[in-house]
Ligand binder design. Sequence first.
Ligand code: PGA
Length: 245
Amino acid sequence: MRLYLLKSPKRVAAAAYAHIKEILTSVSHPILGLATGSTPLRLYKNMVDDYLAGGISFRDTTTINLDEYVGLSGTDVQSYRYFMNKNLFMHIDIDIKNTHIPNGLARDLAKECLRYTELVDKNRPDVQILGIGSNGHIAFNEPGTPIESTTHVVNLDQSTIDDNSRFFDTIDLVPRQAITMGISDILKAKQIILLATGTSKAMALTRMLTKHFSADCPASFLQKHPHVTIYADESATHLLDKSGV
Ligand code: PGA
């Protein structure tokens, strides 16, 4: 695992984008694993800006997102499909048919989970972007999720519902369930880039980096992956003993 400490969220996004661009431009049909949440927003803006400036094309790129709320349609402003369309896909030249997000409205959720795991099997991301939850989750793999997990339906932790309530008018509107790639799906990516910004991530990041991996901190399972790069700002790393970094 490689950790880059950067001064600000802006520098985190710039460094992560430089890394991702190198991958996107060196592979003929890149597969990009994407995440939602507030952390990757600057990164997506950098992608859009670079595309608009003629620096990159996404014509041959396929994307696979990590997760989606159960019960929301893609036109619901709170859905992750809507988030991705609004913050990235509608501003770049990607073919929307090549953008994949779990279907939170599927009538048979078990079948949808199976379909998604197979999709990841057939389309291993060249790079997977991840955020980290304040409770150490990655995607919606909450504490307690085993490393062998594949795509599944999850009941969200109260801490995740609290964290995500900032995007909703009231906390009661936050969905209680999501469909998420499992840990084993995430570990299939050829490379993983994790972004962590802000003090609320400091405890989870420290736990992930400094203690043996275990299900109480799903992000710690990334220790098992051979190619993980973390871009983090000063606030997210303030609890780390940097003498050994
Ligand atoms: P955030 O979420 O980027 O909105 O902080 C990250 C996550 O929960 O993975």
